[in-house]
Design a protein around this ligand. Structure first.
Ligand code: NAD
Length: 426
C-alpha cells in the first residue's frame, strides 16, 4: 500500500527514478519467480531521513538546506552509498539510488546493503568555507544513521575526498576518537585507500574491455564518447586513452568537445584543471550534451546524470556498446530500443561497481589498520569486475535476457536469499 503511494506522486509526469527502479525490480522478480511478499519487502526502502538544517553563509546570512539519507536494504551487511550535492537532489532520486546500491553490492558480491544520501545545493556556488559548514552540519544531522557498522557514505556527484575528510572528522569529533571506517573515498593521508580515486573509472574500463571481446572488437583503437568529465568520466577517459582507445568526445555540465580524429585527454585534463572548462581545449569542435550522445563511436559512456538516453534519442545513437558509468542514464523505454537495435548495454549496477568495491577495500583496511599497496587494490578490483561481468553474461545467456536483467537477477536473488535465510524479526 505504502509502495503505491510512494510511486503515485509521479503518476502524471515522466516516471520518477524510483518508479523506474521499482519497475526493474518487479521484472527481475518475475524472472526469478520471487515470492510476492518478499518482493513487497524489497520494493521498500528500509529507512529514510529528511533533514532541513541551517548553514551560516559568508555574508553573515543563514540559509536552510534540505538533505536526505536513505537505507534501502541491510540484509547482507551495513548499508553503503555515496553522498550527492546537486540542485536536483530529492527524496525520490535518493530512494532509487539507494535501491540500485543494494543490487550493485550484491552483483559484486561484497557484504553490504544499499544506501544513498545527498543535499539539494549547487556546490559550485558555495565558498569552501560554506561547503565545509554545510557538510559538517549535514553529517551531524544524519549521524543517527551512519557509522562504520551501520551505514558508510562515500563520494558521488558534487562531493570529493576533502568532503569525505570533513565527514570523517565530524563523526570522529562526536565520538571523541578517530573513526576512519565511517566513510570511504577519503584522502590517503587519513585512511583512504590507494586506487580509490580511479576505482570507478578503472572498473568501467575493465568491463568495457570484456564487452569489446564479446563484440569481437578491441578496446585499443575503439572510438569512445564520454558524457561527464568529473571523477568517473575523466578517469575513464584517461584509462581508455592509455589503453589505446580513441576518445572522440567528452563533456561536462556546460557542454562538450568532439574531434573524430581523437582528443588528447592529458591536454584536456590540463585545460579543464587550469581554466575550469573543457572548451579551453581548442583542437575540437564544441557540441551540446545532447549532440555528444549521438556522435559516431564504438563505445558510448554516459558518466554524468540519470535519464539522458530516452525514447526520444535512443534511435539516434550511433554506437555498438553503451556502458553506464553514471547511475540510471538509460530509461526502460530506451533500453528496449537499444536492445531492438542490437546495441549491447552494460548496466550501471555492474559497470560502475568499481567505486564501491574499492570503498569496501578501504573500509576493510581501516578496520584492520593495515594498508595495501596500489597494485594489490587494482589487482583485486580487476578480478572482481571480470568475475562479475562473466557471471552476469552467463546468467543473461541462460535466461535469454539482456545484461541489465542478468545483473538484476544475480543481485536481487542474493538479497532475497539473505532475507529468507535471516527470516522476519520478531
Ligand atoms: P562528479 O561530480 O565528479 O562529475 C560529474 C560530471 O558530470 C561533471 O563533469 C559535471 O560537469 C557533469 N554534469 C553534471 N550535470 C550534467 C548534465 N546535466 N549533463 C552533462 N554533464 C553533467 O561526479 P562523479 O563522481 O564523476 O559521478 C558521475 C556519475 O557516476 C554519477 O551518476 C554517479 O552517481 C556515478 N557514480 C560515481 C561513483 C564514484 O565513485 N564517484 C561510483 C559509482 C557511480
Amino acid at each position: 500500500m505504502a509502495q503505491s503511494l510512494l510511486v503515485e506522486e509521479h503518476v502524471n509526469e515522466e516516471p520518477s527514478a524510483y518508479a523506474i527502479a521499482v519497475g526493474q525490480l518487479v521484472t527481475a522478480a518475475h524472472y526469478l519467480n520471487l515470492d510476492s511478499s518478499l518482493l513487497e519487502v524489497l520494493k521498500h526502502p528500509r529507512r529514510e531521513l529528511t533533514v532541513n538544517f541551517p548553514v551560516k553563509m559568508d555574508d553573515g546570512s543563514i540559509r536552510v538546506f534540505t538533505g536526505y539519507r536513505v537505507q534501502h536494504n541491510l540484509a547482507r551487511g551495513p548499508s553503503k552509498g555515496g553522498i550527492r550535492y546537486h540542485p536536483d537532489t530529492n527524496l525520490d532520486e535518493t530512494r532509487a539510488l539507494a535501491m540500485w546500491m543494494t543490487w550493485k553490492c550484491a552483483v559484486a558480491n561484497i557484504p553490504y546493503g544499499g544506501a544513498k544520501g545527498g543535499v539539494a545545493c549547487d556546490p559550485r556556488r558555495l565558498s569552501i568555507h560554506e561547503l565545509e559548514n554545510l557538510t559538517r552540519r549535514y553529517t551531524s544531522e544524519i549521524s543517527i544513521m551512519v557509522g562504520a557498522e551501520s551505514d558508510i557514505p562515500a563520494p558521488d556527484i558534487g562531493t570529493n575526498p576533502q568532503i569525505m575528510a570533513w565527514i570523517m572528522d565530524t563523526l570522529s569529533m562526536h565520538k571523541g576518537f578517530t573513526s576512519s571506517a565511517v566513510v570511504t573515498g577519503k584522502p590517503v593521508a587519513i585512511g583512504g585507500s590507494e586506487g580509490r580515486m580511479e576505482a570507478t573509472g578503472r572498473g568501467v574500463t575493465v568491463v568495457s574491455h570484456e564487452a569489446c571481446k564479446e563484440l569481437g572488437m578491441h578496446l585499443a583503437g575503439a572510438r569512445v564518447a564520454i558524457q561527464g568529465f568529473g571523477n568517473v568520466g575523466s578517469v575513464t577517459a584517461d584509462l581508455m586513452h592509455k589503453a589505446g582507445a580513441k576518445v572522440v568526445a567528452v563533456s561536462d555540465a556546460r557542454g562538450g568537445i568532439y574531434n573524430p580524429n581523437g582528443i588528447d585527454i592529458e591536454k584536456v585534463i590540463h585545460c579543464a584543471g587550469r581554466d575550469g572548462c573543457l572548451q579551453a581545449y581548442r583542437q575540437a569542435d564544441t557540441v551540446t550534451n545532447q549532440e555528444l550522445l549521438e556522435v559516431p563511436c564504438d563505445i558510448l559512456v554516459p558518466a554524468a546524470v540519470h535519464g539522458v538516453i530516452t525514447e526520444h534519442n535512443a534511435h539516434k545513437l550511433s554506437t555498438k556498446l553503451v556502458v553506464e558509468a553514471a547511475n540510471g542514464p538509460v530509461t526502460p523505454e530506451a533500453d528496449a530500443i537499444l536492445q531492438d537495435r542490437g546495441i549491447m548495454l552494460i548496466p550501471d549496477i555492474l559497470a560502475n561497481a568499481g567505486g564501491v568495491v574499492v570503498s569496501y577495500f578501504e573500509w576493510v583496511q581501516d578496520i584492520q589498520s593495515f594498508f595495501w599497496e596500489e597494485d594489490e587494490v587494482t589487482g583485486r578490483l580487476e578480478k572482481i569486475m571480470r568475475r562479475s561481468f562473466h557471471s552476469v553474461k552467463e546468467i543473461a545467456k541462460e535466461n535469454g535476457v539482456d545484461m541489465r536483467m542478468g545483473a538484476y537477477m544475480i543481485g536481487v536473488k542474493r538479497v532475497a536469499d539473505a532475507t529468507n535465510i535471516r527470516g522476519i524479526y520478531p
